[in-house]
Design a protein around this ligand. Structure first.
Ligand SMILES: [Zn+2]
Ligand SMILES: [Zn+2]
Length: 362
């Protein structure tokens, strides 16, 4: 079957293969899934650039939806024919953290490495427990969350990472409340979801900041009440946010993954506010901030994958979409075959498009 293989730490080291095979029998609680849609996320670029220190060769891609084609003997949560959104959480399901409703904190199954496929006799790792830029893969039962069959798989795929990461930061971690004020630094795929979630919970002011002027239209359509264009280095983001919000916002979301912007976000919040580190820089990066800027009872939060409880949250998000309350279709600027990955990265760098979704069976 067809899939993308990354063999190094540059985009030149990614190639399309026609000779990938799944290996091994399905374990009792494993599921084989045909991937029909896989979104291109900034984390795929970071992974390929070596910023997550993943071993290679590996199959990238981690934001996907598809159809269940086979289930292991003990699987009860999903069945053949189901349409599913895939989660990157390879959590065990029965440790203390899993039982406490925090699957993202599970030490057993998170960050694990698996090689569900091979090219010839060379085993291939999967990125983020998924490796979705391929026509089929094998995952754990608890990574498969069934969704209504009427839901387009291209839109559903986005729930797996970008939508969950953005909305979950608002719903699960910051817990933005009615009448709160919010700033979102970076109005890309994830930032738009922070914006629409903040609007859903009734934030009174949602300030979006981006360096691309074209983002204003999308940001406003998703619910931003103000847009600040960070056109050059002289732009005073902190001063502008303080002026607009009357001294600082309740919640600042840094979605770019830039350590300097995270330090700025601390200064944009009012006393007692939340600073949400949603974007992910190189995992070894250090953040320097002025001590006084955090001192006034502020909360600096590390947020991985929106604090997701996939079985609960993915279904809620799919339900909100089906009821017309959550925008997903509007986020997809382009679809392409698996060979569309690098052009999608180029579009991401240009900052003019929200999301490309790859269709492995197109
Ligand atoms: Zn992602
Ligand atoms: Zn666990």
């Amino acid at each position: 079957m067809q899939g993308l293989i990354c063999e190094g730490t540059t985009e030149d080291s990614v190639r399309l293969s026609n000779d990938i095979e799944l290996v091994g029998e399905l374990a009792p609680r494993q599921v084989r899934v045909e991937i029909h849609a896989a979104g291109v996320c900034g984390s795929d670029m970071s992974c390929i650039h070596g910023k997550y220190y993943m071993p290679t060769p590996l199959v990238p891609g981690h934001e996907a939806a598809g159809k269940v084609v086979a289930v292991g003997s003990a699987v009860t949560y999903t069945q053949v024919g189901d349409h599913v959104v895939l989660s990157t959480f390879g959590n065990c399901g029965h440790c203390a953290d899993c039982e406490a409703g925090e699957p993202g904190n599970c030490a057993v199954g998170m960050g694990g490495l698996a090689q569900p496929y091979a090219e010839g006799d060379q085993p291939l790792y999967n990125f983020a427990n998924l490796g979705a830029f391929v026509q089929e893969t094998i995952v754990s039962e608890n990574q498969c969350i069934p969704i209504p069959k009427e839901m387009p798989l291209t839109s559903a795929a986005l729930i797996g990472c970008g939508v969950m990461t953005g909305t979950g930061a608002v719903f699960n971690r910051a817990r933005v409340g009615l009448g709160d004020s919010v700033v979102v630094i970076g109005a890309g795929g994830v930032g738009l979801n922070v914006i629409q979630a903040a609007k859903l919970v009734g934030a009174k002011q949602i300030i979006a900041i981006d360096r691309i002027a074209e983002k204003e239209q999308l940001a406003t359509a998703f619910g931003a009440t103000d847009f600040l264009l960070a056109a050059d280095d002289d732009f005073d983001a902190i001063g502008s946010v303080k002026a607009l919000s009357g001294g600082g916002v309740h919640h600042a979301f840094e979605v770019v993954g830039h350590t300097g912007l995270l330090a700025d976000a601390i200064q944009m919040t009012r006393a007692g506010g939340n600073i949400c580190a949603v974007g992910v820089p190189d995992l070894t990066a250090s953040v320097t901030y002025n001590f006084q800027s955090l001192h006034q009872n502020k909360n600096l939060m590390g947020i991985r994958a929106g604090g997701a409880r996939p079985r609960k949250d993915f279904r809620t998000l799919a339900d909100l979409y089906m009821k017309g309350m959550l925008k997903l279709d509007e986020m997809i600027s382009n679809t392409a075959g698996l060979d569309g990955l690098i052009p999608a990265f180029d579009a991401m760098r240009a900052g003019t498009e929200a999301r490309t979704v790859l269709l492995p069976h197109a």
